[in-house]
Design a binder for this molecule. Structure first.
Ligand code: ATP
Length: 901
C-alpha cells in the first residue's frame, strides 16, 4: 500500500459528528456518492481487499510447468543425448519437453481460470446508497464515502462510522475477542476510546447480529482495523485439498520406488553388456514412465469441472475440499421451513376466544361449538380478530409488494400482512397512527418478537412467537366480552388447540399484547393472549423423491427444526421422512444435558429422525453426537447463530436466499435455491467426482505399471527394449493425458446413489485397487512383450520394426484400457465410459496422434518408428486388443461370481 493511499483516510472518525464527517468525505447521507465519483475514488484508494488476491498470470502458469521433477529428468536425458552425440534424440527430447509444457499449460490455465471464476460467484456483497438508490455491489468495490446499509446477519465489509443505528448489535469477537454482541449507536465517542469502546463504528470482518443501520465508509482494504492486523490473518493461500495432498504423497512415494527400480534395471542391463547410454536413458524413461506426473493437474481439473457443474445446479462450493467430503456424507441434518417446505406461507386459520376463522373462506367449528364466518359474525368476535391481526401486522418487519413474491421479508410476516390487508389493516396506515418506538428482534432462543408502538401517552406492546413461549408470558386472555385470567384449564385449552392445528402441519404463532408506560419495559411478561394463527406452508414437491434417493444411497436424513413437534412430525410424514406419523420425534431441549447422557439415551438420539424446537446451540450437540458415532455430517443453517454449527459440521450448508451473510461465510457450500433436493444433487456430484478421480488414477498407474514391467522384464531376459525412452515419454506425457481427463470429467455412474457412502478414511486407492492395478499392468506388459516376440521370431522382423510393433501395441492397449475402467456390475457395452463423449473424443485424437507418429516423416524418425506394414498392423491391433478382451472377460466372470454368491 503506497503512502499516498494511506494519507487520505479520515482520522479518528468516531470522534467526529456525523455531519462533519459526511461533509469531509463529500458524500450525502441519503443519496450516497455518484457513480462517477466512485470510479475516481476506486482509482485513488484501490480495491477494498485485505490482500490483492491477484489472478495468476499466464506467464506464471507457463513457468510452473518447468518446475517439476519430470522436467529435470527430461533435461538430464537431453544433455546425456547431446554428450553422446545423439543429436536427433536430444532434439526430440527437447521437443517432448515443449509438448509437455504446452499440454500442461493449456490444461492448468483452464483449471486455474475456472477456479477463479468460481471464487467470484461466492464473493461477499454490500448494499450501498449510490446515485440516490440502494444498490448491491461487490464488497471489494466499496470506497471511502460510500454509505453502506446494514441488516442483522450482514458481514461488515469496510470500516464504517454509523450514521443510523436501529437496535444495532455487532459481534466483534474477530477483532476484539469480546464474545458477546456489542450494542452500537451514532453518538460521538471519546478521542482516546479504544477499539472496543468505539460504539459508533463498525469494523470490517465483524458481523451485525441484529438490528439495522447505515454507516459511511471511512477506511477500506488494508487501511481498516482488520487490515492493520492482517499480517496475522493473511488471506488463505490456495489450499491443497486432502485429496490433492494424498495424490501428491502418492506421487512422491512412487518417485522413490521408481528410481529404485530404474537403477536396478540400468545396472542389470549394463552388467549384461548393453550400451551405457541406452541403459541410462532407459532408466530415465522408466522413471518417467512410472511417475504419474499428470495426476495432480487432472485431479484439479476434475474438481474444478465438478464445481462448475454444481454451480449450474444451484450449488456454490466455498471450499474446494468440501467436494470430496460431500461424497462421503452419511447424515444430512436439514431444517424444515424453506428447505423441505416451499416457504410460501399463507394464514390458514385464526383462533381467538370466541371462535375459529378459516381464511380459506369456509368456517370451522371450535370446541365450544361457535361457528365463525367473518361476513356474519357478531361485532365482538370481529373485534377480537381485528385486534389479533393488528398485532400481527405491527409486530412485523416485512412489507407487501405487487410482484410475484407478494412482499419482501420473512414469508411468515408477509403472510400476516396479507391476512391483515384482507381485513383492511394496512401496516403503513397503522404506523402513521402509532409509530414504532422499539423493536425486540425475533430471537430463536426465546422464539418471540415484540414491538412497542406509541399510542397516545402509552405504548402498545405487540408480541408474536411460538405458542408455548408466548403462553408462558401471558396472564390473561382477550375475549369478546372481557379479559379472562389464564388458569391451568385455560392454558391447557390453548395448548390443545395448538396441538390440533399443529397436527395438520400448520405452523403456529401466538399473538399477544399489553400496554406499557415506558418503551423500556420487559415486553415478555404480563401479556394478554389474543389468539393463535395457523400458517400453511406446503412441502416441496420434489422432496419425497430426493429423500427416497438418499435412503437408497445409505444417507440418513434428520429434520432439525425450530418449529414444534406436531407440525414437524406432520411435515416429516408427508415428505416420507417418517414411516408413521406417530413415530418418535424429540425436542431439542432433551439435548441440553448432553454431557450426562446415558448410552441408552444417546442411542435414542442417534435413532430419532426428527428434532423439534431445536436452538442453534443444540444443533452443535447433535452434530457432535453423530460425529462421535463416526458419521460425516452435513448441516443446513441460515441464521447468524447457526455459524458455529455450520463450521462444526463436516459440510456446513447455507441457504442462498434465506441465509444471512454470516451463515453463508461460515458454510462450506451454499444452496442458491434453498432446496433440499439440491443437497442431494451436490452429494451425487461429490461421489461422482471422487470415483472419477479414482478411475483415472487407476487408469494412469496401471498403464505405467505395464510399461515398467515390460521394460524391466525385457532387460532381464535379454530381449531388446520393447519401448524406447522417447516412446514412453510420448505415451505418458502426450497420449495418456486425454483419456485420463475424459475419465476425470465424466458424468459419473448413474447407479452411484445406490451404494452406501464411502468411508471418509478410505484412501484413494485401497489394497484391492492396488491388486487390480498390478493385475492390469501385468496383462498389458504381457501384450507388449508378446507383440515384440511375435515380431522378432515368427515374423523375423528387424529389431527397429519389432520395437515399433511393441511400442504401438502398448500405445493402443493403453488407449483401449480406458474401457476397462467400467464398474464390474455395469453392462459391457452400454456403460458410463462408453456413454462418455469425451472418451471417444480422446480416443479419436490419440489415434490421429499415433498415426502421425508413424506416417509423418520427422516425427517418425524422432520416435524411431518405422512403418509396420499390413502384417505389423495386424499384430498391433490383435495384441493391443488382447488386454481389453482378457480384462473384460475377467470382469464378466467376477460379476457372475459375485451374483451367484
Ligand atoms: P426451521 O428450523 O425448520 O426453519 P423454524 O423456522 O420454525 O424452523 P425458527 O425460525 O427457529 O425455526 O422459529 C422457531 C419458532 O419461532 C417458530 O415455530 C415460530 O413459532 C416462531 N417464529 C418464527 N419466526 C418468527 C418471527 N419472525 N416472529 C415471531 N416468532 C417467530
Amino acid at each position: 500500500m503506497s503512502e499516498s493511499k494511506q494519507k487520505n483516510i479520515i482520522r479518528e472518525p468516531w470522534n467526529r459528528s456525523v455531519d462533519d464527517l459526511l461533509q469531509e468525505l463529500f458524500t450525502d447521507r441519503e443519496d450516497g456518492l455518484s457513480s462517477a465519483e466512485v470510479k475516481k475514488r476506486q482509482k485513488k484508494y484501490g480495491k477494498n481487499l485485505l490482500r490483492e488476491t491477484r489472478r495468476k498470470s499466464a506467464w506464471q502458469i507457463w513457468l510452473n510447468q518447468f518446475e517439476s521433477l519430470i522436467m529435470l529428468l527430461l533435461a538430464v536425458a537431453a544433455v546425456v543425448s547431446f554428450i553422446f552425440g545423439e543429436w536427433m534424440q536430444g532434439v526430440a527430447v527437447i521437443a517432448v519437453i515443449f509438448i509437455t509444457v504446452i499440454i500442461g499449460f493449456s490444461t492448468e490455465i483452464r483449471a486455474v481460470r475456472s477456479m477463479e471464476a468460481l471464487r467470484e460467484l461466492s464473493r461477499v456483497s454490500a448494499n450501498v446508497r449510490r446515485d440516490g438508490r440502494v444498490k448491491q455491489v461487490l464488497a471489494e468495490a466499496l470506497v471511502p464515502g460510500d454509505i453502506v446499509v446494514l441488516d442483522g446477519g450482514d458481514i461488515v465489509t469496510a470500516d464504517l462510522r454509523l450514521i443510523e443505528a436501529n437496535k444495532l448489535q455487532a459481534d466483534e469477537a474477530a477483532l476484539t475477542g469480546e464474545s458477546l454482541p456489542v450494542s452500537k449507536n451514532i453518538e460521538r465517542a471519546e478521542e482516546e476510546a479504544p477499539l472496543a469502546e468505539r460504539k459508533n463504528m463498525l469494523f470490517k470482518g465483524t458481523a451485525v447480529t441484529r438490528g439495522s443501520g447505515a454507516g459511511v465508509v471511512v477506511a477500506t482494504g488494508m487501511n481498516t482495523e482488520l487490515g492493520k492486523i492482517s499480517a496475522l490473518v493473511e488471506e488463505a493461500e490456495e489450499e491443497m485439498t486432502p485429496l490433492e495432498q494424498r495424490l501428491d504423497q502418492l506421487g512422491r512415494r512412487l518417485v522413490w520406488v521408481t528410481l529404485g527400480i530404474a537403477a536396478v534395471v540400468a545396472a542389470l542391463g549394463i552388467f549384461r553388456g548393453k550400451a551405457a547410454l541406452l541403459m541410462i536413458e532407459t532408466a530415465i524413461a522408466l522413471a518417467v514412465a512410472a511417475i504419474p506426473e499428470g495426476l495432480p493437474i487432472v485431479a484439479t481439473i476434475a474438481l474444478a469441472r465438478g464445481m462448475m457443474r454444481m454451480a449450474k445446479r444451484n450449488v456454490l462450493i466455498n471450499r474446494l475440499s468440501s467436494v470430496e467430503i460431500l461424497g462421503a456424507t452419511s447424515v444430512i441434518f436439514t431444517d424444515k421451513t424453506g428447505t423441505l417446505t416451499e416457504n410460501r406461507m399463507a394464514v390458514a386459520r385464526l383462533v381467538t376466544d370466541p371462535g375459529e376463522f378459516n381464511f380459506n373462506g369456509s368456517s370451522n367449528k371450535t370446541e365450544e361449538g361457535n361457528s365463525v364466518d367473518l361476513g356474519n359474525i357478531g361485532e365482538g368476535e370481529k373485534q377480537t380478530i381485528h385486534i389479533a391481526l393488528k398485532v400481527g401486522v405491527l409486530c412485523n418487519n416485512a412489507s407487501l409488494t405487487d410482484d410475484e413474491q407478494g412482499g419482501v421479508g420473512d414469508p411468515l410476516e408477509i403472510a400476516l400482512l396479507d391476512a391483515g390487508r384482507k381485513l383492511g389493516l394496512e401496516r403503513d396506515e397503522l404506523l402513521d397512527e402509532m409509530p414504532e418506538a422499539r423493536e425486540e428482534a425475533f430471537d430463536p432462543e426465546t422464539k418471540m418478537m415484540a414491538t412497542f408502538n406509541q399510542q397516545n401517552d402509552d405504548f402498545l406492546v405487540a408480541v408474536k412467537g411460538a405458542p408455548e413461549a408466548v403462553l408462558k408470558s401471558c396472564n390473561t386472555v382477550f375475549t369478546a366480552d372481557a379479559e379472562k385470567n389464564v388458569g391451568k384449564a385455560e392454558r391447557r385449552k390453548w395448548l390443545d388447540l395448538n396441538d390440533r392445528l399443529a397436527k395438520e402441519g400448520l405452523r403456529i404463532l401466538a399473538l399477544a399484547q399489553k400496554t406499557e408506560k415506558s418503551a423500556g419495559a420487559n415486553p415478555y411478561e404480563k401479556l394478554t393472549l389474543l389468539g393463535l394463527v395457523g400458517l400453511l406452508d406446503p412441502p416441496r414437491d420434489e422432496v419425497r423423491d430426493a429423500i427416497q434417493l438418499c435412503r437408497r444411497a445409505g444417507i440418513r436424513i434428520i429434520m432439525v427444526t425450530g418449529d414444534q413437534t406436531l407440525t414437524a412430525r406432520n411435515i416429516a410424514f408427508r415428505v416420507g421422512l417418517m414411516e408413521k406419523p406417530e413415530a418418535e420425534a424429540l425436542e431439542g431441549k432433551t439435548l441440553d444435558d448432553y454431557e450426562n447422557l446415558s448410552d441408552e439415551d444417546k442411542n435414542r438420539f442417534l435413532e430419532a429422525g426428527v428434532f423439534s424446537r431445536v436452538s442453534p446451540t443444540q444443533k452443535l450437540e447433535l452434530i457432535t453426537l453423530h460425529q462421535e458415532n463416526g458419521a460425516v455430517v452435513a448441516m443446513t443453517g441460515d441464521g447468524v447463530n447457526d455459524a458455529l454449527a455450520l463450521k462444526k459440521a463436516d459440510i456446513g450448508i447455507a441457504m442462498g436466499k434465506r441465509g444471512t451473510q454470516v451463515a453463508r461465510e461460515a458454510a462450506d457450500m451454499i444452496l442458491k435455491d434453498d432446496a433440499f433436493s439440491t443437497i442431494v444433487t451436490a452429494v451425487r456430484y461429490g461421489r461422482a467426482i471422487f470415483t472419477n478421480i479414482r478411475k483415472f488414477v487407476i487408469f494412469l498407474l496401471s498403464g505405467n505399471v505395464g510399461e515398467v514391467l515390460a521394460v524391466a522384464t525385457a532387460s532381464v531376459i535379454d530381449l531388446p527394449l520393447p519401448v524406447l525412452p522417447l516412446q514412453i515419454l510420448f505415451i505418458n506425457l502426450v497420449l495418456d493425458v486425454f483419456p485420463a481427463l475424459a475419465l476425470g470429467i465424466g458424468e459419473g455412474d448413474p447407479g452411484i446413489m445406490s451404494n452406501p457412502p464411502r468411508d471418509p478414511e478410505e484412501p484413494v486407492l485401497t489394497g484391492k485397487h492396488w491388486l487390480l492395478l498390478a493385475g492390469y499392468g501385468y496383462v498389458i506388459s504381457l501384450s507388449i512383450l508378446g507383440a515384440l516376440a511375435i515380431a522378432l521370431f515368427p515374423l523375423e522382423m528387424a529389431p527397429e520394426k519389432a520395437i515399433t510393433l511393441s511400442f504401438l501395441t502398448l500405445a493402443f492397449a493403453r488407449l483401449w484400457h480406458v474401457f476397462n475402467m467400467r464398474d464390474s456390475d455395469d453392462p459391457v457395452f452400454l456403460n458410463e465410459i462408453t456413454k462418455n463423449p469425451y472418451v471417444w473424443g480422446a480416443i479419436a485424437l490419440c489415434r490421429l496422434l499415433l498415426l502421425a507418429a508413424v506416417y509423418i516423416p520427422g516425427l517418425a524418425e524422432g520416435l524411431s518408428v518405422v512403418r509396420p506394414g499390413a502384417a505389423g498392423w495386424a499384430v498391433i491391433i490383435g495384441m493391443s486388443l488382447a488386454p481389453l478382451i482378457i480384462i473384460q472377460v475377467a470382469k464378466i466372470a467376477e460379476d457372475y461370481l459375485l451374483e451367484t454368491e
